[in-house]
Design a protein. Structure first.
Length: 354
């Protein structure tokens, strides 16, 4: 897999959302506490299990690197992180293993929004609170979902391509539709195009967050549609490298401003996307906050272990807690659009890795 091997990065500074000195008590003051500390929880003490969905993406590698740093700053003791390796069934097993080891809290990035309920139910039966990061479960009990607005991701990609591609065919390389992220981004993109840019024709590639699948299906699609004008990558961490390589192999990778350039909008905000932006290989990306996911995932689980709960409304770290249709609360963290005009912004987490 083209993105499976990258060197481990060291953070020289903690900037952007991660640099906000927000302790759990302030976080709760902003969000509202509705339960007495003594009523439930472990008093905020005990080890926390952190379960990753995969490590074949630079985005999740960066998140994994942030976890120990943010755990130290938030005063949370974390067991060694566990990688579920893109397998929803393995993720349920990983949750059970962590519970068996006696963790008092779990921070989980779900692979499958429906399947994760089995793991959430196991945790609830044992009285262990869970915070979901990046992906919201369809059902099940979580103290909070820490996530950016994925509907906005799809809309931002649509609006950028709509403004820069007047007409013709555009492709969205979709994520796994078993994940609410894949569904939100896909539906938001196609709805926005239909309502605002009817001169564009959307072609879709279901790729399930798999780089090899994306490369193979894009190659086939380009053979039949050599007149593609734009591409939306729903996950730069797994789709950027195979997309650029596929275009290059067909002599279709031309820099921005050159005749025949294919406009590309990505999602993630990894350093590789920023490099591609500077080279003119892609045109924009949405910076998904890996640093803030780690920071606030751990802050919320510490608070939940203290028996605290939350309510909708603005937070003190530039986000808003909303109640999802399922009743679950979600802290929607900022995720800015990055173009050549702001790609060198030092506040972007993708600019602070070596």
């Amino acid at each position: 897999m083209p993105t499976s091997t990258v060197r481990k990065r060291k953070r020289s500074t903690i900037t952007g959302a991660a640099a906000l000195a927000v302790c759990a008590s302030l976080l709760l003051a902003a969000c509202g506490s509705t339960k007495d500390t003594a009523s439930t929880g472990s008093g905020g003490t005990g080890k926390v299990g952190v379960i990753l969905p995969l490590l074949t993406s630079p985005f999740w590698q960066s998140y994994n690197d942030y976890v120990p740093r943010m755990a130290e700053s938030e005063g949370v003791e974390v067991l060694k992180t566990v990688n579920s390796n893109s397998d929803p069934s393995q993720q349920i097993t990983d949750i059970d293993n962590e519970l068996t080891q006696g963790v008092k809290g779990l921070v989980v990035a779900p692979l499958d929004s429906a399947a994760i309920q089995a793991g959430l139910d196991q945790a609830e039966r044992r009285g262990v609170p869970v915070v979901a990061v990046d992906v919201a479960p369809d059902k099940g009990k979580v103290a909070m979902v820490v996530r950016a607005d994925n509907v906005a991701y799809g809309r931002k990609a649509c609006d950028y391509l709509g403004r820069h591609v007047s007409s013709g065919k555009v492709v969205q390389i979709m994520g796994d539709l078993a994940s609410v992220n894949g569904r939100d981004r896909s539906e938001a993109f196609r709805t926005c195009v239909r309502e605002k840019y009817p001169e564009l024709k959307v072609l879709e590639i279901p790729a399930k967050w798999e780089s090899d699948t994306a490369a193979a299906k894009l190659d086939t699609l380009l053979n039949a549609n050599p007149d593609i004008k734009g591409i939306y990558l729903q996950a730069g961490g797994v789709y950027l490298a195979p997309t650029l390589q596929t275009l290059k192999s067909k002599n279709m990778l031309r820099p921005a401003g050159r005749k025949g350039h294919i406009a590309i909008v990505s999602n993630d905000g990894i350093p590789q996307e920023f490099d591609a932006l500077r080279k003119g290989q892609i045109d924009a990306t949405v910076s998904q906050p890996a640093d803030a996911y780690a920071k606030y995932g751990l802050a919320y689980i510490k608070a939940a272990m203290e028996g605290r709960t939350f309510k909708p409304g603005p937070t003190d770290h530039g986000s808003t807690i909303v109640r999802l249709p399922s009743g679950i609360l979600e802290d929607q963290l900022p995720a800015p659009l990055v173009t050549k005009d702001n790609v060198d912004d030092p506040k972007l987490w993708g600019n602070t890795v070596e």
